[in-house]
Design a protein around this ligand. Structure first.
Ligand code: NJP
Length: 231
């Protein structure tokens, strides 16, 4: 049996998730990559340089609970187990509350909160069974910093933060490690599509990926880490 470790990365078709995929592949990880856009996922998989059987592309919509369950099942059937789960996928709907729609709030909460909860719930039992596992979550400094225009995004990131810090309490005496990353602005599609996006103070996605690797190499520490060009 191969000793290569396996990481599952949500939102791996571009941005921070794609940078994490390249970083972990360079460190010898096999990968399961999830996003909606299959062509973009395949392009990232090709860039990793992994052999086709070492990189599983999972086309799934995190708004659809059955897609999430199927992706977890497919990944476990393919690799047997997952050592590192990286909850990275996220969306941002910004604007004054009068200008936001209910379906945008619901999508925001589904992708950023419910999907990460479901992925953890899906992979945790096999991690517990093997006595080994690392959960890394890409949140946002907006998880602790309310701002005008953030009623939907901050609701999701505050909720994700509360969920994950509660999970840290649940897992504190176990062999499963959980580490949360709170980035500031990052030079990705997510940030660049914002009309007020400022070009000068952003991290590059590779800097977040380097931090992810630092945490993995340190066995899951620190438990939380803020990273920003402006801090
Ligand atoms: O965003 P972007 P980032 N189902 O837009 C996927 C946080 N963050 O890398 O489905 C499945 O380049 C999407 O793929 P696709 C942020 O909150 C960022 O910047 O093919 N996948 C793509 O791969 C998020 O949690 C900044 O469209 C879905 C990926 O998610 C994380 O960083 C600041 C999906 C998004 O790539 C990564 O964001 C901050 C769905 N329904 C926190 N919807 C920043 N960039 O400034 C989206 O504080 N994806």
């Amino acid at each position: 049996m191969s000793s290569q470790k396996v990481a599952f990365i949500s939102g791996a078709s571009r941005g921070i998730g794609a940078a994490i995929a390249l970083k972990l592949a360079a460190h010898g990880y096999k990968l399961a990559l999830l996003a909606r856009n299959g062509d973009d996922l395949q392009a990232v998989a090709a860039q990793t340089g992994l052999a086709p059987d070492e990189c599983l592309c999972l086309v799934a919509d995190l708004q659809v609970p059955t897609d999430i369950e199927q992706a977890v099942a497919q990944c476990l059937a393919y690799f047997g187990s997952v050592d590192v789960l990286i909850n990275n996928a996220g969306i941002g709907h910004f604007g004054q509350i009068q200008d936001l729609r209910l379906d945008q709030l619901q999508e925001q909460l589904q992708v950023n909160v419910v999907a990460s909860w479901m992925l953890i719930k899906g992979f945790l039992p096999q991690m517990v069974q093997l006595g080994n596992g690392l959960l890394i979550n890409i949140l946002s400094d907006a998880a602790r910093r309310p701002f005008a225009g953030g009623t939907a995004y901050c609701a999701s990131k505050f909720a994700q933060d509360g969920m994950l810090r509660s999970l840290q309490e649940e897992l504190k005496d176990s062999s499963i490690k959980i580490s949360n990353i709170y980035p500031g602005l990052v030079n990705t599609y997510f940030n660049n599509k914002m009309p007020q996006s400022n070009q000068s103070n952003k991290l590059e996605p590779e800097e977040v990926a380097a931090l992810v690797w630092e945490i993995i190499a340190a066995g899951g520490l620190p438990a939380e880490r803020f990273i920003s060009r402006t801090h």
